[in-house]
Every structure is written in C-alpha cells, then in structure tokens.
Ligand binder design. Sequence first.
Ligand code: DON
Length: 315
Amino acid sequence: MTSEAQPVEHARAPIAQALSDLLEQVRGEDHGGAVADYIPELAKADPNLFGIAASTVFGRTYATGDTTHEFTIQSISKAFVYALVVDEHGIDDVRSHVGVEPSGAPFNAISFDSAGRPMNPMINLGAITATSLLGQGGADERFDSIRLGLSRFAGRGLQLDEAVYRSEASTGDRNHALGSLSRAEGMLRGAVDDVVDAYFRQCSVLVNVTDLAVMASTLAAGGVNPVTGDRVVGDEAARHTLSVMSSSGMYDRSGDWMVDVGMPAKSGVGGGIVAITPGKFGIGVFSPPLDAVGNSARGVAALKHLAHEFGFHPF
Ligand code: DON
C-alpha cells in the first residue's frame, strides 16, 4: 500500500466552506486545555495546530486547517483494532474476553467486571486485551497486522513515529501492569511484553486529520473504505464498534458526550477525535490541547457545533 494521501477538496465546495468557517469560529473561542505531557515526546506538540475533515460514505473528503500535519493516533486506534478483532474472531469470542459496559473511569484505570473481563475495549485495560486477540506471535508480527489493518482503514500506508513509540515504551509501566492483570484474569492471550509492545506501537502510528475522516467514514459505510472501495471489516464488526464507541469512546465523559454530541466517537491524547454519523459521514478533528479527561478541547467544541448547527446529533 502506498503512503499517498487521497485527493481532498479544500475551499469552494459549500461543505468545505462550512468546515472552514467552523474552524475559525472555534479557533476564536477560548477552550483552554493543555497538551499531554505524561509521555515526554507528546509534550512537544504545537498547541496551535487545528484541523477538521469530513469524509462521506460516497468517498468525497473535505478538509480545512492543518490537514496534512501528522500526529500519533493514540487511543483512537482502540476503536479500529477492536473492529479488526471482532471481524477476525466474531463478537462472542471477543466479548468473552472484553466487555462492552462503560467503565465511568479514566482511560488508564484498573476496571474489570464481575466476570473478570476488562469493562470495555476503549480503556487501556480492554484495548491491550483486544490487541492480544489480534494475530499472534511476537510484537513485530502483531504490529504488522495492526499497521496493515489501520492502513486499510485510512486507504494509505501508515508509518510509525519511532520517537513517540520509544517514549511510550519507556514510560509504560502502568500499561504493562494492566496487561499482566488481564493475563492473570485469563483474558489476555499471548506474552504480556509482546502484546504491550505492539499496543505502544499501535498508539504511535502517524495519521493526519484527513486519514481520521476516511477511517471514520469506513465505519460509517459499514466497513467498506469509501475512497478505496476496500472492504476492511464486515458490516457486523463495524456496527459493534460504533455501539461500543457510543457507550465508552469518550471515557468518563461518555454520558455527557451522548447528550451533547450523540455521535459515536473516539479520542486520543495526540489531540485527534473521530466521530461518525452512520451511513453518512466520518469526521476527524485534531487540536493537541486536551481537557481534564484527555479529550481534545477544541475538538470537543467543534463536534458540539457540528452536532447542533449541522444537525449531526442523531437524537
Ligand atoms: O496508553 C496510553 O497511555 C496511550 N498511548 C494512549 C492513551 C490515550 O490516547 C488515551 N486517550 N485519550
């Protein structure tokens, strides 16, 4: 797969103009937030970067702002890896290892249900466990299948940010601990070190905001990448993923999110968020300063505007 970006429409089209007006409006508001610094390499992000992209299920992509700047996908990868895992194993097998209940807890919490399953695949505990179910072998083999899957969602070959990966790996004791706890509960498959290493690399995959929109539109289109025509996952895997994103994608703000925005979504500490209007659009937003729970502050604001002024709130 090439690393060529897909053609994007910028100005002129009414949707592109509306996105660009929205970006300027949100940029002019004060949403506060702070760039993530718990992984040293992430602290270097420029807080002024801001981009918004939307991709239709018919394969047209509109983007505005910092549309080609690459950043690490971080926790947004959890949604797409979950889709790949459900596609590979079926929901029943996956669900016997990772639950689908919102945890109401922060992304790095120790959060098991009464059956010993991680509460859901959107928190680190559940995501690391989901990663363990995809493919097998050492960290390299595991990451190869993750990178290929994420690249098919994006429609181009995605690369790894080595510096962020090394930074994650050298500060990732808590994630190793979460992996060990999941293995002790009989949920994580394989060797903890290999799985957690693959998870660190999964989080360190580079995307731009346009990639996020195309990835999201693949879920919106039931698992077919609308730009490349590639069926990345089955319809059922896409549907289950959207359900879990709806209930748990925005961490301990997931309930507020459903009221305020309503779209299934997933955020990452790199400053990206994906959101989906099923059957219509995939949306990507990117702005590094994060709010108190780790969601992009400007990204949340932009999606609230899209939910209400653009009528994207599904309820
Ligand atoms: O596990 C971690 O610490 C990160 N690599 C990913 C966390 C993340 O993006 C949480 N999101 N908001």
